[in-house]
Design a protein around this ligand. Structure first.
Ligand SMILES: *Cc1c(COP(=O)(O)O)cnc(C)c1O
Length: 358
């Protein structure tokens, strides 16, 4: 006899993780990480935290919440911290969803969203992106019923990189019933040229049902330490997601590193500018290869692979020590998602892809 698992284990999809972490010398363009190391001062702050590793981390994440509150001029009691923002997403699923409840999201979008419904036994209502591969907010609105508890809007969207202007999101939120939680996943908002990343904060100030989800994993370059945060329209959201988690969900090193990283907004701006410059170059390179490119407002590009076979191209890239993300795994066969790396990585990728496409 083998041990028996819960029904949830049969329901849960397997998250399409990237490989390559055990390899050396690869251009790692599959996971939207920053190609930069931690910002100045971050390693020192993290090291100092390690010295006190005999103590549990602060379960209230107070210092980090205060630092975020100061950065955004936002009520610290309405800031939730997570072991990465995925931790907050999965906790939100647990806190908001249950059998009989519905969650509405777009597709292709972030691979964690399908997990949320499955984990909670709720119904996923999946709305296709529009012709420009952007969220179709009217279609999403039309799917909201009495059973809807949660709507997820990924802006800019992963994996397409497309974004909607704040004006559209605001209008959407105005029309969503007040008892339905709207999580706007802004993991990539810093890379958008549509909007100042501080502009959307107002949504969480004005609408108690809105949660803005952000992370230290992308632009801040701390993916390995797992820290994310949410700016919540209502303090009760923070309390609920804390209620469903273990008390020490965010480790001390991550908290200290995130707090130090926040102080370096100058370096942040420099990195954003460099990423956007590299994005333009990469987009141009892909277009020169005759490929279709979605309009990116993120640190990655969603592009077609021409007439080539997706699997063969990905395998060919791998042989040339370049890893990108397969579109098939993300919801659109024949396309791929490529992270903006260093100028050298991007060149290596374009050269390899050029060779493979002949
Ligand atoms: C990367 C990403 C996140 C952040 O994940 P972390 O758990 O904070 O590392 C959240 N949402 C989207 C859409 C992402 O792509």
């Amino acid at each position: 006899m083998a041990i028996e698992f819960s029904d949830k284990i049969r329901r849960l999809p397997v998250y399409p993780t990237a490989g390559g972490y055990a390899l050396d010398g690869f251009a790692m363009l599959a996971s939207n990480e920053a190609p930069f190391g931690p910002m100045p001062g971050v390693v020192e702050a993290a090291t100092e935290a390690v010295v006190h590793a005999n103590r549990y981390p602060d379960p209230s994440n107070l210092r980090l919440r205060r630092a975020l509150a100061a950065r955004y001029d936002f009520d610290p009691s309405r800031i939730a911290i997570g072991a990465g923002s995925c931790d907050i997403l999965l906790s939100a699923a647990e806190a908001l969803l249950e059998p009989g409840a519905e969650v509405v999201y777009s597709w292709p979008s972030f691979s964690v969203y399908p997990q949320m419904a499955a984990a909670a036994g709720a119904r996923a209502i999946v709305v296709p992106l529009d012709d420009e591969q952007r969220h179709d907010l009217d279609a999403m609105l039309a799917e909201i019923t009495a059973a809807t508890r949660l709507v997820l809007v990924c802006n800019p969207n992963n994996p397409t990189g497309t974004a909607l202007p704040l004006e559209r999101i605001t209008e959407f939120v105005t029309r969503v019933p007040k008892h339905v939680c709207v999580i706007v996943d802004e993991a990539y908002c810093e890379f958008s040229t549509l909007e100042d990343p501080d502009a959307s904060i107002d949504l969480a100030r004005r609408f108690p049902n809105v949660v803005l989800l952000r992370t230290f994993s992308k632009v801040y370059g701390l993916a390995g330490l797992r820290v994310g945060y949410a700016l919540c329209g209502d303090q009760r959201f923070r309390v609920a997601v804390e209620q469903v988690r273990q008390p020490f969900f965010c480790n001390a090193v991550g908290q200290a590193a995130a707090e130090a990283a926040l102080l370096r907004q100058d370096e942040l701006t420099r990195r954003i500018e460099e990423t956007i410059a590299n994005r333009l170059e990469l987009e141009e390179g892909l277009r020169e290869l005759g490929l279709e490119v979605a309009e990116s407002h993120a640190n990655f590009i969603w592009h077609s692979l021409g007439d080539g076979d997706e699997q063969e191209i990905l395998e060919g890239l791998r042989e040339r020590r370049v890893l990108i993300r397969s579109g098939r795994a993300l919801g659109r066969e024949g396309w791929a998602r490529t992270t903006i790396g260093t100028a050298t990585d991007n060149r290596r990728f374009l050269d390899a892809l050029g060779e493979l496409l002949g």
